[in-house]
Design a binder for this molecule. Sequence first.
Ligand code: PLP
Length: 396
Amino acid sequence: MLTPNLNYSNLKNSYLFYNISQKIAKYMSEHPGARLYRMGIGDVSLPLCKTVIEALNQGVSDQAQKESFHGYMPECGADFLREAVRDHYEKRGVLLQTDEVFVSSGASDELGDILDLFDKKNNALVIEPAYPAYVDANVIAGREIIHLPSGIENGFLPHPPKDTVADIIYICSPNNPTGAVYTKEALSEWVEYADKNGSVILFDAAYEAFIEDENIPHSIFEIEGSRSCAIEICSLSKTAGFTGTRLGYTVIPKTLERCGLNLNSMWVRNRTTKTNGVSYIIQRGGAAIFTPKGQQEIKENINIYKNNARILMEALDEVGIWYCGGKNAPYIWMKCPCNMSGWEFFDYLMEEIQVIGTPGEGFGASGEGFFRFSTFGSEEDTKEAARRLIKLLKNK
Ligand code: PLP
């Protein structure tokens, strides 16, 4: 008889979004017609920009003609997109070879699949609070997880541990859920740690496009020494509204080797076995993001979200609540007032002012007593939510 992967029974049930939707459904049944202000969503609300739509349409037209039709695409990505990503990095001073860039269907897929490169005996260090997929993908694989807690005392940006050797290290900067960002100096500590211990950093750069401070690195490859210890996983979901269109890329330096094996070559072998490439049409749309017009248009959208962040940060400043994030990230991570738990604060906001956010407990134990606001909603809703927050919390 077949034995299923028993590690699935070690997964903790993720009640977060289920619980939120249940609570909202209950509230709505008791308050029919109530208007809710949803500041919890991690999905974008603005459509794809014009230049991307034109490129997608062109991609569809290409598929209608024998001369321009594309069948299977190269497993590791179309050259035109790999080159566009390479050139984009070069503008920031990061020199990559085209075949160090792998096109993907998004960061979620890659965060799970990339673990094929590592032995099950390796442990995985996760800085908490964390994007839940890091823990779950490793639990499914049966790996030991090292939970590295973070908090207000270190701005949710912990240093590498002194007495633990981690094999796989997840770093997400700008961070989901905290919005905290590592400086070059702080990231260098992690690179030194990884180089010293033979670890590999999986750098999740899904929110790099939101960085506005000059001294904050967009890529781990801006850090000296990282080419021998890091893989970067990036997504175009929040950068360019591709959450429903699906596209991302992963960078694996050819200089990344362990036990005489080259991880870039291993990933080529993995991709040629496990995928038949990303759709031609979508890759055409993705390449348009990296044109000057595409860059300008996606920045206009990002600035709308950034303005939402400013509105919410001003509200929290006015009521004197501790928070981080918001400036270089689309998330604001606040301390719940009056020692409330994240869930208590969720109920309180929904009942009193109909504002919805995400309880910090959903991102691991270090999230207890914190709350995440997302800035991906409409400006109108954000303004109203901010006004209500100020009124409610002013004298708390
Ligand atoms: N990494 C982080 C930190 C995220 O927050 C998300 C999505 O919310 C992802 C990865 C997944 O991105 P994608 O839409 O490319 O799968």
